[in-house]
Design a protein around this ligand. Sequence first.
Ligand code: ADP
Ligand code: MG
Ligand code: ZN
Length: 436
Amino acid sequence: MNYELVIGLEVHIQPNTKSKMFCSCSADIFAAKPNSHTCPTCLGLPGALPVPNKMAIEQLIKLGFAFGCNINLNSKFDRKHYYYPDLPKGYQISQYDKPFCVGGKVVLEGGKEIRITRIHMEEDTGKLSHVENKTLVDYNRSGMPLIELVTEPDFKSLQDLDIFTRELRLILRHLNISDADMEKGQLRLEANVSVRKIGEVNLPNYKVELKNINSFKFMLKAIEFEFKRQSEILESGKTPAQETRGWNENKNETFLQRTKETADDYRYFPEPDIPPILLKQSYVDSLAKCVDDLPIIKRERLKNELGLSEHEINVFINDLGLLKHFYELIKLSEIVNAKDIAKKLVNSKESQKLSAQEFFDLLKNEKSSVITNIDELKEIIKTVITENQKAYEDFKNGNENSIQFLVGQVMKKTKGKADAGVVINIIKGLNGNSLN
Ligand code: ADP
Ligand code: MG
Ligand code: ZN
């Protein structure tokens, strides 16, 4: 078909904080007993006053730095009105015309640029659960801080979305802004989707908002479905309706949830209980100084300064704890080089659990006693294969796990004196190796 997708994202992020957005209730609500983390403020009782959480705002500003946004020194909170049982005040404290961050962009791997519209602060709602004929409400999440990031409609494919979401998640984790665990609802995506003829430059005059879809996989499926549905409507000469749709997992299709409100319906007005937030440039600068490096910078360092392989870099960038451990080991090492440390950590889960002393002892022992004679190693591998024909057949039939078993057997026979990487190469016949 000669149509293309146009997608803009609205992302909600639960930042790491100790307390909620406007009260001192603990933010450690995951798996907590329902309604155990509440107070007059987050229950929306009359007379309770909100006090903004400094740490939450700092987390948001750090994200603004990551995308090169303009930080508004003059910002404010607004009330966004709507009624729902999970929103006891009848309005949500959010930001309307003066968000903390505007503008900015991110360049995706492959060079595609996604512009950031704004990043604002708001509070989360409670949670409803529908059980048989009853609806239960848990206010633990009510008043939790939420960072909302809005992008321009710059995504044209599911692949763009995938790359962006992965990178965003890494940024959130590396900058310690959020754990960004989708399953815990710490990172939630809403996609605005429209479709246009390829070659058309103007934005379509409608968009469909895909909401309340709680997994990334389903979000991608819903977008695919919308692409087809909207293309067909356009092809018949009509314009798809502007509306909010959800995903029906059983039917594998999107369904109408509601036709979209406009900003007017929300009756936004400035939150009278919170004065405007005036930030000093010097304060913003001091925050900028203590922000950790972006994953993209860390990647370059690992490559250019330490010469690590693409695979090793990926493992470290996706495992912050291991990356930290790696740097600690480098600092302690006097003779062992960083590449050897990286190789060991990445290729052996066991080695990750060792103390620094044990780790270096292991490396030293292996270096002195590792079998360097390839023919000797091949003979041992052949014996192991003869003794474990079934595992070898499984491996040849594509079962990657069985190679680990074979490596384990070789290790056992050599009392750990074989280099696992080399053994794998030989079994797989890689790097000029073959068993014959
Ligand atoms: P609203 O006020 O309805 O929420 P916004 O203009 O704030 O609309 O845009 C919300 C989101 O919709 C943004 O992520 C934006 O990039 C996206 N968007 C806007 N127009 C389109 C469009 N034609 N197709 C797809 N997404 C769009
Ligand atoms: Mg919106
Ligand atoms: Zn509270």
